[in-house]
Design a protein around this ligand. Structure first.
Ligand code: GLA
Length: 377
């Protein structure tokens, strides 16, 4: 959207007193299926969405990095030697500059229409917009896969969230009306046509407003359980463990670790089945797999919350073909694949159910699969 790109350029100029060299945008993402599989070298199927973060950037002649945004009134200013020490929201953009090894100072302004804390990867959108822009201005020549890795490293090493490669890959490699089918072991990508519009289906997001965070323990605990299971079965990652071997060696791990591993193994299978069903236009099967994925996250991986379960169950009762929580879990959003003519019934029913149960009013909207990060101005 050029409107927000122009606005970000204007905000840059108002803050720093001169025009930026360029404005880069990177979309948020919604994961259609394949949750917590990325750091287990498994399969994921996200889409880049038509909500994006915009980064207006100019290089400076000195060693100062300044970053401002619409998230906060403060201008964060650091020497480029200290970029790795950035904290709070500034850790995302400055962490990227740190991992890129920025050799020059820069001014940066960030604006976004990706909702924060909804599980739509507002953080990866910041990382990818900044990575693409700084890489170009500094003439570093990293390709998009390398930039995805750089965004992930910023999040792991500077922000301190032990996340995988999915979000940055979706934001950089997304394609309009296609999903990003990513093998997180080989990092091979296939853009798979969704065919939702031709089938009169839309992706509805239900942001529960239950704030989720990826750096406060639950996410890391899930990752640790997966690593413990892989270690117990002497495989490099859960990608290399079959359900049969897990069942046969059940006594090697405690019940919780067993269920964590079972989620990952069955979820990988569901991604592959979903892609096959998508290619056949079998949306009924796609929907069943989404619901199975949700149940597995609720019962085996235990990352859902009541609001997400309610959103999924209500969506399914009111016309959705499939529904599941999406993203890291412990709050955030659910998605529903819904026939267009049933969206208003679904939406009103979810509002009503949330009100009845005394939950905060959710934010409900549709998204489309969009292209990945790009230079706007
Ligand atoms: C977050 C992380 C991703 C991925 C998902 C769960 O979005 O950033 O790397 O692990 O959670 O699928």
């Amino acid at each position: 959207m050029l409107g927000l790109a122009k606005k970000t350029a204007d905000e840059f100029e108002a803050k720093f007193g001169y025009a930026p060299t360029g404005v880069w945008s990177a979309p948020g993402r919604v994961n259609i299926i394949g949750e917590h599989t990325d750091y287990n070298e498994g399969f994921v199927l996200p889409i880049a969405i038509n909500r994006a973060t915009y980064a207006a950037i100019a290089l400076r002649e000195d060693d100062t990095a300044r970053v401002a945004s619409t998230f906060s009134d403060a201008v964060v200013e650091l020497n480029i030697a200290q970029l790795g020490e950035a904290s709070g929201w500034a850790a995302y953009p400055l962490g990227v500059a740190h991992v890129l090894g920025a050799s020059k100072g820069f001014d940066l302004f960030i604006d976004s229409d990706v909702p924060v804390g909804a599980g739509l990867s507002s953080s990866a959108a910041i990382e990818c917009a900044v990575a693409l822009g700084l890489d170009e201005l500094l003439g570093l020549g990293n390709d998009r896969r390398a930039l995805a890795r750089i965004g992930q490293r910023a999040e792991n090493e500077v922000v301190g969230a032990p996340t995988g490669i999915m979000d940055q890959s979706a934001s950089l490699l997304g394609k309009v009306d296609h999903a990003v089918f990513l093998d997180c072991q080989s990092l091979e990508v296939e853009n798979v046509a969704l065919g939702f519009a031709a089938a009169a289906l839309e992706v509805v997001i239900i942001d529960t407003r239950v704030a989720h965070r990826l750096n406060d323990g639950g996410y890391a605990a899930r990752r640790a359980a997966c690593e413990a299971a892989a270690k117990a079965f002497e495989v490099p990652s859960l990608r290399h463990l079959s359900l049969e071997t897990l069942e046969a060696g059940r006594e090697l791990v405690d019940d919780v670790t067993y269920r964590r591993a079972r989620h990952i193994i069955t979820e990988n299978d569901r991604v592959l089945s979903f892609v096959a069903a998508l290619k056949l236009g079998d949306f009924k099967r796609c929907g069943e797999l989404m619901v199975q994925s949700h149940v597995s996250m609720r019962d085996d991986f235990e990352i859902s919350v009541d609001e997400l379960d309610t959103a999924v169950e209500t969506s399914m009762r009111h016309g959705a073909v499939g529904a599941r929580m999406t993203g890291g879990g412990f709050g955030g959003a659910s998605i529903a694949l819904c026939p267009i003519e049933k969206i208003s019934d679904l939406t009103n029913s979810v509002y009503a159910e949330f009100e009845l149960l005394g939950y905060a009013r959710p934010d409900i909207f549709t998204v489309n699969a969009a292209d990945g990060a790009t230079r706007q101005i």
